[in-house]
Ligand binder design. Sequence first.
Ligand SMILES: *Cc1c(COP(=O)(O)O)cnc(C)c1O
Length: 224
Amino acid sequence: MPECIRALRGRMAAAAARAGRNVDSITLLAVSKGQPAEQIRAAAAAGVTDIGESYLAEALGKLEALGDLPLTWHFIGRLQANKTRQVAERFAWVHGLDRLKIAERLSAQRPYHAPPLNVCLQVNLAGEATKGGVPAPEVPALACAVAALPRLVLRGLMCIPPGETDPARQHEWFAGLRALRDSLNAGGLRLDTLSMGMSGDFEAAIQQGATIVRIGTALFGPRK
Ligand SMILES: *Cc1c(COP(=O)(O)O)cnc(C)c1O
């Protein structure tokens, strides 16, 4: 695993250099769904600071087992209304927000002693029925409503585009998310985050401005 992380960081740095960007402006979010807590511990020992989990029950067990580590936990899965409380209490980030009702619950349930919860709106760029996310035309209204909630900080946008092997097509999806973020900022919001790029397409995402790449298999190997 330390070799995987070194190789991954090298690829991230090369992609950043091609785009004239500083690799330090890009967070490696290690996606550990399907991986045991020991794998996360090993990744932390190799310098990983941010962990992404998709399933709440699985994540809670790992949070418990790794409570001694100074990790930043990101919830990246689909969030049901009846599970918001534990996410509001235990995580620092939520990436898959796509409904105002969920955002309102997270804001109301965020403990008063914790800093505001960082959130990204998930955008369904291709209108895929099997994936979560807001259609692009609905993003501005939802963004304004979420930005007004007191215990959330709207940090940016997230996407899971169709799996493309052609880098040119990958670039198009990510450029679309960046353009949407830029237009929201032109309208007065202050979004500093583009959560985009996974094992198969993170280099294109970095070239298009990703600030968080969410990497699972390229770091931990295949999921069990
Ligand atoms: C599983 C997952 C990832 C990581 O995918 P890999 O292809 O294994 O890198 C990233 N983002 C989300 C939302 C995921 O569910």
